[in-house]
Design a protein around this ligand. Structure first.
Ligand SMILES: Nc1ncnc2c1ncn2[C@@H]1O[C@H](COP(=O)(O)OP(=O)(O)OP(=O)(O)O)[C@@H](O)[C@H]1O
Ligand SMILES: O=c1[nH]c(=O)c2[nH+]cn([C@@H]3O[C@H](COP(=O)(O)O)[C@@H](O)[C@H]3O)c2[nH]1
Ligand SMILES: NC(=O)CC[C@H](N)C(=O)O
Ligand SMILES: [Mg+2]
Length: 534
């Protein structure tokens, strides 16, 4: 759903959502916000198709796409800066409703001739919003006072002519605005994040009431469309699919299987960085349950040799990305006419890798399947889930009939235990980590909490400390336990595991695993931390 190129544009041409002139839809003009896709996803929650497009998409192209409304996203720049991204000025004459969020609202006001300036006070996080006009259609069914989430340094000083203020906070006099006669709205806060309590209602008001959407779009129609698009795009060529047994690649494999059946071969790489019992589990599921043409590649030595002595997280990720592709390439030699490589890349992988060229989003970490890919790929990429979030992919998987155990499995990153074994990786340290991780997951199941947390795992730290075991001094490694709750993996909070569960995990790990004499619990949220440690 991202119109226009990414840095992989030349090899990633597959786009199934771009020619949907006849579908009721909203377009989000992306000014580089980390949460731009979240806006799209909140609109889709209203059963309305929503796609991200370049911030400067021409009015001609917008007319062709025929949206019922436009949303201007936030972004890291300042509208008064020399390099500030700007929309096509004619969008304001299209006559369709427009909602600007943060940078988007500042852009609307700037374009209407009023000054936007660095505010005296920057607002990050929670703010109390008070509506000035509670009857405004944008604020329908929203209390007069409610909590909103802000993230801005700039501020609209004076309203442009024709605009009125709809809401304020203690430091932001124009937290929400609208044009008196045109259907143009602006919000200084972010309705797309869950911390804005009535954000979904607000977007619903915009989409359903103001844009008049009927809400007929369903995840099932996305599946149908993807299946058709894949069939047409692939023709009679062959697709290899990097299959990890995780949710995303399983959904991709199921989609491809539905589309092109026998033209699909799946490649599962055993990179030596997998969890306990994972190879057997994937082999079973995908030969017994799915009956796909599955190739299991034993690349354990290859990965471990290449990673020997490497401690830098970004370097680890780059090496893993490259070796993955080399394995796919070598294995594909035995698969006749393998033209496409399908991956289960999701939107958070793309945005965190800084790979979305639509806006100047920053690189947080290079996901092995995006920023970690080598320049010369040797395949054409197909990534049907590239614009979706985990929970949307899960809904798709359930709709496609995948088993619920698979759908609700915690995500496991492609670089696997490599990014949870901090410092240099060795076979011994991996065995230690794998065993500890298995205990964490088992105890989570025992406590009936596996589905309560969205991701949990163990992290082996290169930090030794002194202990005493059986009257003898020890000087051994530290293990961290991480468990998070999150909707979409873009933001997350640490999960308050009950003490007795932590106690069982800790006792079992220290008693049964050699080399660990201390267990700690990670109590950091994302942001400012990330879910994985590297
Ligand atoms: N061991 C592997 N063998 C082959 N392909 C892999 C492997 N690990 C990851 N990949 C590829 O990289 C993509 C991204 O990995 P990622 O972990 O994000 O997704 P996933 O494993 O499919 O799902 P989940 O997020 O539930 O773990 C996968 O969808 C898959 O295409
Ligand atoms: O396939 C993947 N390749 C990667 O390189 C990668 N890095 C992080 N993750 C997963 O993404 C989600 C967000 O993780 P972070 O908060 O650590 O960025 C979490 O679910 C992480 O497990 C990855 N998945
Ligand atoms: N989140 C945003 O859109 C921020 C807009 C602008 N960069 C500011 O600081 O005000
Ligand atoms: Mg995975």
């Amino acid at each position: 759903m991202t119109e226009s190129g990414t840095h992989l544009a030349s090899i990633n041409k597959y786009r199934s959502w771009s020619d949907l002139e006849h579908e009721e839809k909203i377009l989000v003009l992306d000014f580089g916000s980390q949460t731009a896709q979240l806006i799209a996803r909140r609109v889709r929650e209203q059963d309305v198709l929503c796609m991200l497009v370049r911030h400067d998409l021409s009015v001609e192209r917008i007319k062709e796409l025929n949206p019922i409304g436009l949303i201007l996203s936030g972004g890291p720049e300042s509208v008064y800066g020399e390099t500030a991204p700007k929309p096509d000025p004619e969008i304001f004459d299209l006559g369709i409703p427009i909602l600007g969020i943060c940078y988007g609202m500042q852009t609307i006001c700037h374009a209407s001739g009023e000054s936007v300036k660095a505010g005296d006070v920057r607002e990050f996080g929670r703010a109390d919003c008070q509506s000035i006009d509670p009857n405004a259609d944008l604020f329908k069914e929203i209390p007069e006072e409610s909590v909103v989430w802000m993230s801005h340094g700039d501020q609209v000083e004076n309203l442009p002519e024709g605009f009125v203020s709809l809401a304020k906070t203690s430091t932001c006099p124009h937290a929400a605005v609208r044009h008196e006669s045109k259907s143009i709205y602006g919000l200084q806060f972010h309705p797309e994040v869950t911390h804005t309590k009535f954000g979904s209602q607000l977007l619903k008001n915009f989409v359903r009431t103001i844009c008049g959407a009927k809400g007929t779009w369903q995840i099932a129609s996305l599946i149908e469309r993807e299946v058709e698009a894949i069939r047409e795009y692939v023709g009679n060529r062959r697709v290899i699919c990097g299959l990890s047994g995780g949710v995303d690649s399983s959904v991709v494999a199921a989609l491809l299987y539905k589309s092109i059946g026998p033209q699909l071969s799946c490649i599962f790489v055993d990179n030596g960085l997998l969890r306990k019992g994972e190879v057997e589990q994937v082999r079973n599921e995908f030969t017994n349950h799915f009956k796909t043409d599955l190739h299991v590649v034993d690349a354990r030595d290859r990965f471990l040799d290449e990673l020997a002595g490497v401690t830098d997280p970004q370097q680890k990720r780059k090496i893993i990305g490259r070796v993955f592709i080399e394995c796919f390439r070598t294995e594909a030699e035995s698969i006749e006419d393998a033209h496409f490589l399908a991956q289960g890349t999701l939107y958070p992988d793309v945005i965190e890798s800084g790979a979305n060229a639509d806006g100047p989003a920053h690189t947080i970490k290079s996901h092995h399947n995006v920023g970690g890919l080598p320049a010369e790929l040797g395949f054409e990429l197909i990534e049907p889930l590239r614009d979706l979030f985990k929970d949307e992919v899960r809904a798709m998987g359930l709709e496609l009939g995948l088993p619920p155990e698979l759908i609700w499995r915690h995500p496991f990153p492609g670089p696997g235990l490599a990014v949870r074994c901090l410092g240099a990786i060795s076979e011994d340290r991996l065995v230690t980590l794998r065993d500890a991780d298995a205990i964490v997951i088992e105890e989570l199941h025992n406590a009936g909490l596996y589905r309560e947390v969205q991701q949990a795992f163990a992290v082996l730290l290169p930090v030794q400390s002194v202990g005493v075991m059986g009257d003898a001094r020890t000087y051994e490694d530290t293990l961290a336990i991480r468990a998070v709750e999150t909707d979409d993996f873009m933001t997350a909070d640490w999960y308050p595991l009950p003490y007795e569960v932590l106690q069982k995990m800790s006792t079992r790990i220290i008693n049964s695993i050699r080399g660990i004499n201390r267990v700690v619990y990670d109590i950091s949220s994302k942001p400012p931390s990330t879910i994985e440690w590297e």
